[in-house]
Design a protein. Structure first.
Lengths: 155, 373, 362
């Protein structure tokens, strides 16, 4: 499916979404959405038979100075079209967002990793615990303001 | 330990056993908390993080050339492909076109790495199942490849041969001869593998019907690589998003539909044959050209997001680089294949015996540093 | 036909006579028991050393490498070095293990092996216990080892050990049936349970040739069941390294572990020895009925070498199994026994009984 077509299709879903404009075309079609609407958008993208993005190949978190973003990279296994959904979470103190575990089971480990390293809580996740660090670790290391005098050497 | 689960366990005669972190068959430091009912596994819970080295955080302070050196400590059996992923991503960001020579050599060495990774996998699978001899046969055949690598890049395990812009050195003069010698030798040896294990009735009984993963579950869990292709999902990155020289070679994508351990085993053995075919097609016609394109000493990517996937021996490795124009990336994320493959372990192992769990873990081919990064 | 094989009972009788001239009746008995005990202890030690070395060399041969080569000439002193290492290790015991049973378990296994090896005929007259229920005695006594394994698994207070011991207990108890029944097949041919008589009856030729098809089937079943009895080869899931670390002997170290290790090798020797006795003629050289000249040539090789050669051959086959095949799962193992080997065995016994009745054997 062409990007313009896909863009129009997504606009017709009824979920509030913006498409980033840039001079240089990005690698994938990028849709930005707020953290409240992201579950509705993704479930529509998965279940709608025209788009049917049934494979989430990456789920990442990025820490910006004013907000935290959770990225979802989706792919359609039939025609190989890909799309990136960026969900902005404005609240950096207690970030929380809906989990997509009911749509993609791979979110189980990916969301635990984002919770572990960024501190984003996922609602309706079956078992949200730290995955890579110890259960009693304090702090969220991949945030830019994470300070650890013992283990991180500032050059 | 969750209190509710503990109560339920004590009522129904279930008990907990820890496999690992030090265990001969978890292929690294992985702790599995098994809930058992007699000999039957009712739940498998992996506990990760024993070898978490915060590679992603380190990448935020490193230059782009330095990131390459961190990647071959992730999945150390497909290290050339890991390096290639980062180099391709950086070259995509710089819009740098490497010469044909570099592309062909990268493909040949990737396929040799895939062969050596599968050989080790085969040896270790036999050892996990009890046929300890296969471990030595696998390593014996692998020695020829590591000798080739040692002559080419100076290292047997962490190769660091790729840099953004090309290769670090040119290939030695006897590279083609040695690779051809190895391929001739291994074509005679691979049927021996079939004789020793594939057609053995004990082996068949241990692997057929064990650990079935349906295609729907494979897509939902994101199980890529030969494990996903054995469930009927055609997910080979070399076919869908070809990179380096894969668009000009002719090879089959190995798909089986049963989704059990034997299908995963077969998929890897057939992949070894296909790798040898790819190398045969490329080894005689390595084009002339530069082995390295000039880049600046300090690489700065423009403000973009790049995602590059390659097909490692375990599945789809994705490198996501978010750069803001400085000399260090803002965020690097490695989508490792093992992370998603391990997620599916509970679905596959539920209801089987402990011995089946060992078989399933061998066939998924886990490398724990790849999962923990 | 001439039969000039040296009869060891001459030697034992002369020793007995010279001893009874020196001391009283009971003292002679006690002295003889002590002598036999010392001989067997030495035999155990020597067997252990030789078999462990043989295993490592055979294993290396299958894996296309050389095995131990540095300690001693061609590595022959390797096992001595291993034994010294095991003696010097600290005998650990977990705090919550059952002290008495934990220490008792290795001894039970060694006692069972001792009792079984006492009945093995090494040469003419060189047999400690020549009971008239020889075969029955050996099968009964080798079952005592199971108790040792179960006690070891229980007393370790470790889930892995318990799982391993349970598996092993089920396995040994099941395969004893097959071992006993396949030995019974030969007893039908000989008509006697006494070992010396069984070997005498093979003077014309070994039972595996004379008993043709039913004897050969019994031999194959005996090999399979015998390997399973000793927890070896494709049936070693009780101590499956890659699954349960070390199964029922995880918690043992030092000399106690050495006992388990030794007992496994001596059991392998016993199974091979019994198999060689029943099917391959024991110490009887290879004779073919009528060919007297051939038989006399065969008689030149002393019987003890015949016996050791046959046993070594069977041990080699058992080692070959272990290093080639993958392991069976516990349910597949029990299926093999109860659904395949046992029915085949029973039918085989019927066939053998019929064959003997009709006289259709050589």
């Amino acid at each position: 499916m062409e990007r313009i077509e896909l863009q129009n299709k997504i606009n017709s879903f009824g979920v509030e979404v913006t498409f980033a404009e840039s001079e240089v075309p990005t690698q994938f079609l990028t849709a930005e959405v707020s953290s409240e609407n992201v579950h509705a958008l993704i479930s529509e993208l998965k279940n709608n038979s025209d788009t049917s993005f049934d494979y989430m190949f990456c789920q990442t978190g990025i820490d910006f100075p004013e907000h935290i973003e959770v990225l979802y990279h989706l792919r359609n296994t039939q025609n190989n079209s890909e799309i990136v959904i960026k969900a902005k979470i404005e609240d950096r103190e207690n970030p929380s967002i809906d989990s997509v575990f009911d749509l993609y089971k791979t979110a189980d480990f990916h969301e635990r990793e984002i919770f572990d390293l960024f501190g984003v809580k996922f609602n309706n996740h079956p078992d949200l615990r730290r995955i890579l660090l110890d259960d009693d670790w304090e702090g969220y290391p991949l945030r830019k303001d994470y300070v650890d005098e013992v283990n991180i050497v500032e050059l | 330990m969750r209190v509710k689960e503990l109560h339920k366990a004590t009522e129904s005669q279930e008990y907990f056993v820890n496999m690992g972190p030090q265990h001969p068959s978890t292929h690294g430091v992985l702790r599995l908390l098994l809930t058992l009912d007699g000999e039957t596994v009712t739940k498998v819970e992996p506990h990760l993080g024993y070898i978490h080295r915060s590679i992603e955080k380190m990448c935020e302070k490193d230059s782009y050339q330095q990131i390459v050196h961190l990647t071959d400590r992730m999945d150390y059996l497909s290290c050339h492909m890991n390096n290639e992923a980062v180099c391709l991503a950086v070259e995509k960001g710089l819009e740098l076109e490497v010469s044909e020579r570099v592309k062909v050599i990268r493909t040949i060495i990737s396929e040799l790495t895939r062969l050596s990774s599968h050989q080790l996998w085969w040896g270790v699978m036999g050892m996990d199942l009890g046929a300890i001899t296969s471990f030595l046969y696998g390593f014996r055949d692998r020695e020829m490849i590591t000798d080739i690598f040692e002559e080419t890049c100076g290292a047997r395990l962490t190769m660091n041969y790729n840099i953004p812009g090309g290769l670090m050195f040119d290939i030695p003069t006897n590279f083609q001869a040695k690779v051809k010698e190895f391929i001739t030798h291994f074509r005679k040896k691979l049927p021996e593998y079939d004789q020793l294990m594939t057609n053995n009735i004990i082996f068949r009984n241990r692997t057929e019907g064990v650990g079935i993963l349906t295609k729907k579950d494979a897509i939902s869990y994101g199980v890529t690589g030969p494990s996903g292709r054995a469930s009927g999902w055609s997910n080979d990155v070399r076919k869908s998003n070809p990179y380096s020289a894969y668009d000009r070679v002719d090879f089959k994508e190995i798909i089986y539909t049963e989704g059990d351990s034997f299908a995963r085993y077969q998929a890897r053995i057939q992949e070894m044959w296909e790798s040898m075919n790819i190398i045969d097609q490329l080894i005689d016609n390595i084009p002339e050209g530069n082995y390295q394109e000039k880049t600046r000493a300090v690489i700065k990517l423009p403000k973009t997001e790049i995602y590059q996937t390659v097909e490692t021996a375990r599945g789809e490795l994705g490198v996501y680089i978010n750069s803001d124009g400085k000399k260090n990336p803002y965020r690097v994320k490695f989508r490792s294949p093992g992370f998603s493959n391990l997620n599916a372990l509970n679905t596959m192992a539920k209801g089987g015996k402990i011995a089946d769990l060992v078989t399933i873990m061998s066939t998924i081919d886990l490398v724990i540093p790849d999962i923990d990064r | 036909m001439k039969f000039d094989i040296y009869d060891f009972s001459v030697l034992t009788a002369s020793i007995h006579k010279s001893l009874s001239e020196m001391m009283s009746e009971t003292a002679v008995m006690i002295t003889e028991m002590v002598i036999v005990g010392i001989i067997f202890l030495t035999l155990f030690a020597v067997l252990g050393l030789a078999l462990v070395y043989a295993e490592r060399k055979v294993c290396a041969f299958f894996q296309q490498r050389l095995g131990p080569m540095r300690v001693g000439f061609w590595g022959t002193a390797q096992t001595v070095a291993d034994a010294i290492k095991l003696l010097l290790k600290e005998p650990l015991m977990t705090k919550s293990a059952d002290k008495f049973l934990f220490n008792l378990a290795p001894f039970i296994i060694i006692i069972a092996s001792f009792m079984a090896i006492a009945a093995v005929p090494f040469a003419l007259g060189l047999q400690t216990l020549d009971l008239n229920i020889g075969v029955f005695y050996v099968t009964a006594v080798s079952s005592i080892g199971v108790a040792g394994i179960l006690i070891a698994g229980w007393a370790s207070n470790n889930k892995y050990s318990l799982i391993g011991a349970m598996r092993s207990g089920a396995q040994i108890v099941s395969y004893e049936l097959s071992v006993g029944l396949s030995l019974l097949t030969i007893v039908i041919l000989t008509g006697s349970l006494q070992f010396s008589e069984i070997i005498e009856s093979q003077r014309e030729g070994w039972w595996i040739f004379r008993g043709h098809i039913p004897a050969f089937i019994a031999f194959v079943i005996y090999l399979i069941a015998g390997t399973a009895e000793t927890n070896r080869g494709p049936f070693d899931l009780a101590e499956a390294e890659s699954e349960l670390t070390a199964g029922f002997h995880t918690e043992y170290s030092g000399m106690k572990f050495a006992f388990f290790f030794l007992a496994e090798f001596v059991n392998m020797f016993i199974i091979s020895a019994i198999g060689a006795t029943m099917f391959l003629g024991g110490w009887m050289p290879l004779h073919f009925g009528e060919l007297t000249a051939f038989n006399e040539i065969m008689d030149f090789i002393p019987p003890i070498f015949w016996f050791l050669g046959k046993t070594a051959f069977l041990i080699f086959i058992m080692m070959w199994f272990k290093w080639t095949f993958p392991r069976l799962r516990i349910d597949q193992l029990l299926t093999l026994e109860w659904k395949y080997l046992l029915p085949i065995n029973l039918i085989n016994i019927l066939i053998m009984a019929f064959v003997v009745l009709m006289g259709w054997y050589f």
